[in-house]
Design a protein around this ligand. Structure first.
Ligand code: FUB
Length: 350
């Protein structure tokens, strides 16, 4: 396994070394598919079948030098399987860039939900001005095809939408990503390109926090202005910008287990999937630990899903390509300990 690669990163500076998995030996889990690259896997069970909504990574030149510009995805391909470990179906493209009226490039990490037999695909893309927005597309089948709304969700920005359906039926959209995900450009409430390509560079100040908004009943818009999801340390203080091992970078996800809400996310340049717990879908969430140790590849992204009473982590790595922008989705069993902690998953047998 070669661990050095010059890459265009999703979130960090445009060139870096791809070495988070140093010391690893054997990959613990196999790619779900081997003939195309699917990353950022968001898994759900719809009508008894497992569907995975991911980014469809391709090897094409970047169009600009913004961070993450090497991730040029142009369509979404849904995967499905009837059980974990079963044969995987790769569905025809469910949505193409050219069919999204407002989008100019970069169909990044999506997610989906179902309501009354309709399926809703939430996805980020850059608009004509190069600003990431979040769109929604609908269809009659979980794998699509999906028809995009003519405009992005009003008031949406940044990347990595993830939908959580609470027990009362309310749906919440979590989103945000720093660096290439542009969250730092929204600190004033308006897009400000002068905020540059990094985070706030204030290590002692509170970190940039992910966002959440409850969705409207038709699931096509925000029912409220997005608010910050507060991530705290054990003392109840906001995680700081310089706390690179714990602060939010991108890839939000929420699941509920035993009455607790788990907010899970990527720490980006420290390469873990971390978790924090709370009592409300809005948070605050207190940092608890690591769900997934660093994988091979710079980015890490995941989803957590209950399949017939057992929990699974879907994630990605670069096992098949050793190139940061060509990633493969994988799945691992996830264990909640009796005290509510999540047992850390090591993607390697060491
Ligand atoms: O796939 C493009 C970006 O890479 C995602 O939006 C991030 O979460 C990272 O996985």
């Amino acid at each position: 396994m070669t661990l050095a690669a010059v890459v265009l990163l999703a979130g960090c500076a445009s060139i870096a070394t791809d070495t988070p998995a140093a010391g690893a030996t054997t990959f613990r889990h196999a790619p779900l598919v081997r003939d195309l690259f699917i990353a950022d896997p968001s898994a759900h069970v719809f009508d008894g079948r497992i569907y995975v909504y991911g980014s469809h990574d391709v090897d094409e030149p970047a169009r600009d030098d913004e961070p993450g510009s090497g991730f040029v995805m142009r369509d979404y391909r849904v995967l499905s399987m009837d059980r974990i470990g079963g044969p995987v179906t790769v569905h025809a493209p469910g949505l193409r860039l050219e069919d999204v009226p407002w989008a100019s490039m970069q169909l990044w990490a999506p997610d989906a939900t179902e309501h009354d037999g309709r399926y809703y695909l939430y996805f980020p893309a850059k608009d004509a001005e190069g600003i990431f927005r979040i769109g929604v597309a609908t269809g009659d089948r979980p794998e699509g095809p999906f028809t995009a709304q003519p405009e992005p969700i009003a008031g949406s920005y940044s990347i990595d939408p993830a939908v959580f359906a609470d027990a009362d039926g309310a749906r919440y959209l979590y989103f945000g990503g720093i660096h290439g995900g542009q969250l730092q450009r929204w600190v004033s409430g308006r897009y400000d390109a002068s905020m540059g390509i990094t985070d706030l560079q204030q290590p002692e100040a509170p970190a940039l926090m992910p966002r959440v908004a409850r969705l409207s009943d038709d699931l096509l818009s925000f029912a409220e202005t997005p608010r910050e999801v507060m991530l705290l340390d054990d003392d109840g203080a906001l995680l700081r910008g310089g706390d690179l091992d714990r602060r939010f970078f991108e890839a939000a996800w929420v699941h509920r287990h035993d009455g607790r809400y788990y907010f899970t996310y990527s720490t980006g340049d420290t390469h873990t999937i971390a978790y924090a717990t709370g009592d409300s879908p809005y948070g605050p969430f207190t940092y608890r630990g690591v769900v997934l140790a660093p994988v091979q590849g710079w980015t890490t992204h995941h989803s957590i899903v209950d399949v017939d009473g057992r929990w699974y982590l879907f994630y990605h790595d670069t096992e098949l390509s050793d190139r940061t922008h060509l990633r493969s989705a994988k799945v691992a069993e996830l264990v909640h300990e009796a005290d509510g902690r999540i047992r850390t998953i090591d993607p390697f047998v060491r």
